[in-house]
Structure formats: C-alpha cells, structure tokens
Write a protein that binds this ligand. Sequence first.
Ligand code: HMG
Length: 387
Amino acid sequence: MTIGIDQIAFDTTTLFVDLRDLAQARGDEPDKYTIGIGQDQQAVVPSSQDIVTLGASAASRLTLDPARLGLIALGTESGVDASKAAALYVQRLLKLGPWVRAVELKEACYGGTAALMMARDYVAAHPDRQALVIAADVARYGLATPGEVTQGAGAVAMVVSAEPRLLALSDDSVHYAEDIQDFWRPVYTDRALARGKFSTEQYLRFFNLVWARYKATTGRGIADFKALCFHLPYTKMGLKALRQVLPEATPAQQAALSSAFTASAAYSRRVGNLYTGSLYLGLLSLLEHASDLAEGDRIGLFSYGSGAVGEFFSATLQPGFAAQLDAAGTLSRLDARRRLTVAEYESVFNDKVPYGPADYEADPALFAGRFVLTGVTGQERQYRANA
Ligand code: HMG
C-alpha cells in the first residue's frame, strides 16, 4: 500500500516587514539580510493570530472528509496551552466531528515531521482513514536580537492517506537524536533563546550524520534525487547544507539541485522561519515553483529540530500530482499582504497576549484571515471565524 501526502496547503499572516527596511533600522547592511541570511520579507503576527488560527486557516484550504478523518496531529513549539492540544481548537473551528484522535506534538522544528510520521503509521494501521497533519509556529526572538532577522510565522497543513495523489512517503527514514542546548524556550516566555552559531553547526552536523547513514542503509546516493528540501530557519542555512553534498553530484546534477533549491526557498524568503512548518513550506515552494518535476521523481527531505532531532527521508511524486497544487492561490495571498513600517512592526510585536491571568482583548483593527483570537476571558482563549 502506498501512503503519503494527498493534499498540502499553507497560510500565514496578512502583515509583513521588508527586511531591507529592518536592516536600515538596525544599522545593518541590507545585503547581510538578503544575501548573508537569505531572507527578503518576514511575516508579522498580530496578537489575534496564533498557531490555532494559522493552523485552522491552512487546514481550511484542504478538502477533508470528516467520515474518514481519524487523526489530527498538530506539531508546534509555540503551543498556547501547556496541557490542552491546540488540535482541539482546530477541530472545533473546522467542525471536524468528534470521532478523532486530536493531539499536539513538540520537539522544536521537528514536531511537524513527528506528526507526519505518526500519521503515516496511523494510515498503515487504518488504511481507510485520513490523517490531518498541521505544522504551525510563530518564531519570535525579540526586537533587535541576532535572531530577529530569522523570525516568521505560518502553518502548513497536509492530508495523509493511502493512495495519495501528491507524494508517496518512502519507508526509508533515518533519524538521530541527541540532548544538546542549541536553542530552547523556557515556559515563562514567548521568546526563544538560541546559541546562534552553535545551532548552525549542530544543524549541519546532524544533516551529515543522517545523510551518511541514509546512504549506507538504503544504498541510494545523490544521483537518486531530483531535489533536496531542508528545514529552512533562514534560506542560507539550507543552502549551506546543500553545499555540503553537492560535491557528490555531477556538474549537471549540481546545477539541477541548486535550481531546485532556489525553487524550494522562494516562499521562505518571503515569510521567514515557520519553525516546524519550514521544511514543508520549502516542499510546497519546490512543487509550486519548479517547472521540470515529473511523476516518479524522488525528493529528499531533511528535518531538524533544535535540542535536537534530525531526520532524512524521501517521497516520490505521484501521477497527476500537479492537480493537487495551487501556486496562483498561494502567491496571491502573499502578494496581498500589507507591508508595515518598522515602527508599526515593533508596535504589533509588543502588543501580545500576556503571560498571566489578566483578561486581554486583541485589536479588532488587525483582525484578518479566516480565524481570529478575539482575546482571553477568565484565562480561556476566545477563538472564532473572522466575520
Ligand atoms: P549573526 O551573527 O547576526 O550573523 O547571526 P553573521 O554575522 O553570522 O552573518 C550571517 C551571514 O551574513 C554570514 O554568512 C555573513 O558573512 C553574511 P555565512 O558566513 O554564514 O555564510 N554577511 C553578509 N553577506 C553579504 N553582505 C553583507 C554581509 N554581512 C554579513 N554585507 C544567526 C546569524 C543565524 C546566528 C542568527 O540570526 C541567529 O541566532 N538565528 C537564530 C538561530 C538559528 O536560526 N539557527 C539555525 C540553525 S538551528 C535550527 O535551524 C532550528 C531552529 O529553527 C529552531 C527549532 O528547531 O525550533 C532555529
């Protein structure tokens, strides 16, 4: 039985800041952000948007069959509750029916991959059922911090089923875990702490480890891949990983893999880090930008979550896969976003749901998107569809 990704969709906020504006405000060279880091724009998140609203918006773009849906697995490291799964809010907002398992998975940027693998195993055990996988995050480091240029937000949602129409997941995952302290977020704050340089070294070390083991255990090599997709905390990070393996390819393959990488980085350049959704935004970007993909092409995927877990696996394109994509829709939503000044971005950044018991009302002037958090009343988050 073939199991894989039947549908995929993405959503982000309706606000962004241009990184040339940010560079100027921070006294940096714009080229550092656009070339050195490899980012052009960054999603800005009003307090009325979070992983629930973004995840529900992305999932609302899929065609779900409540009679077949058996699992909602939401990967995130920006959870809105230490106990309750955000998947339950999504279930209600999308009216998905009660006969499901609904859970939240956490391991930094790896949570979405954990959810995808859980969904694959679920469908293997229940071939008639569908699983909804959501990878949603808000990447926040703080104003004028080294990580600021690598912030971002959004969600990727996927339907996993038997006989998928988009991508078949191969049973070839190689995963590696080790307790390291490269990036983390204590529960009292919404801002991540990172040992920046160290984290980039660990990302590359984990990639080299799983790539070497993948080749040894599967007998496959770089020539077997049409494209490689990477977790993209910022696009230069993925480019550095790609450059590590390019010498294994012929000159013609090197050019093809580099061009595929550019296609996979296009959306990330405009949105920033989605943490656990970043790898899948890169995959969507590849599928919606590369013009030479064909049925049977194998795509390699490297997932990295700080802390840290790394995994390399592959998927192959299915017959008629292009009918499952909506490049024009994704692009038009990105193009329709409102560009904020740096002062406006800072003001939106600082208006946030407090880490405390006080009631809170989000600014209705910033309500946008399909779902909103209107506020917090009596320590309960209030979500609704956006009028
Ligand atoms: P930094 O110290 O500000 O930047 O931090 P830099 O000085 O290293 O410069 C960055 C690059 O810009 C360098 O290129 C410079 O040469 C270049 P590189 O040597 O890396 O190739 N540069 C220029 N290029 C062109 N024109 C110029 C110019 N000036 C400089 N004028 C850092 C960068 C990424 C460390 C920081 O932003 C940070 O801490 N980010 C957060 C951590 C992070 O993203 N780590 C990535 C790996 S860990 C991961 O992926 C997991 C994660 O997603 C979390 C999770 O799992 O949940 C983060």
